[in-house]
Design a protein around this ligand. Sequence first.
Ligand code: 6PG
Length: 246
Amino acid sequence: MANIISCKDPADLALRAADFILATGRSALQQRGQFTLVLTGGSTPKETYKLLAQPERASQLDWSKTYLFIGDERFVPADDERSNFRLAQQSLLTSPLIRSNHVLAVPTDTASAEQSAQRYAKMLHDFFPGEALPHFDLILLGLGEDGHVASLFPGAPALAVTDVWVTWSPPGTLPPPVDRITMTYPVLNAARQIAFLVAGLRKAPVVKAILQGKHNREIYPASGIQPAAGEVTWIADQASLLESRL
Ligand code: 6PG
């Protein structure tokens, strides 16, 4: 059963999510001397990232032992307004404590999303040498109102990709209509901790469907997030939880 942190509104969600990330990071650093954090894209996490960049919060983590990754990316230039990396750059990465060489962004200066996926997969294998799967300490995920997670879209071929750590996908039905690069289910489900950040009434139906266990990941890809050993926490505002009566 997933843990639920019910937040009053998006501002409360940002605060609770920032605290959750900091607590998870402190624990990882204490237990393993390193914190590997995968960022999500989309609009929901932006305020959380801004809070984390504030000195009173950023100072709570040892960023010299913290490494940041991107769970999925749009196949656009890094300075494109649709880039998830750019979202992080304009929020979390404004902190002077975060070293640019500790941020492993998806390379999109390639000929295709497929090539970007292959290059990012190699970057992850180089970071986790010899591992059958990477065990990230915390993976942040958003939730599309169509039930997608990362860039795993309903009915997409990427849902069935299990032999590589990173794959690519044509656009889903939600904007922006660009090719994507995404971590695959085996990588997401190998995480020690997963946190969904979800806000807004328009997400309520899909949140209800997933929390009720409608585990058809072809229709609701987010229901395919079932980590083997890790924990899942939903950090969601009351509007998105409204139909789940939580
Ligand atoms: C992306 C994200 C995507 C996002 C959801 C929710 O590249 O867009 O990774 O999976 O998390 O679509 O987006 P919002 O937070 O904007 O609703």
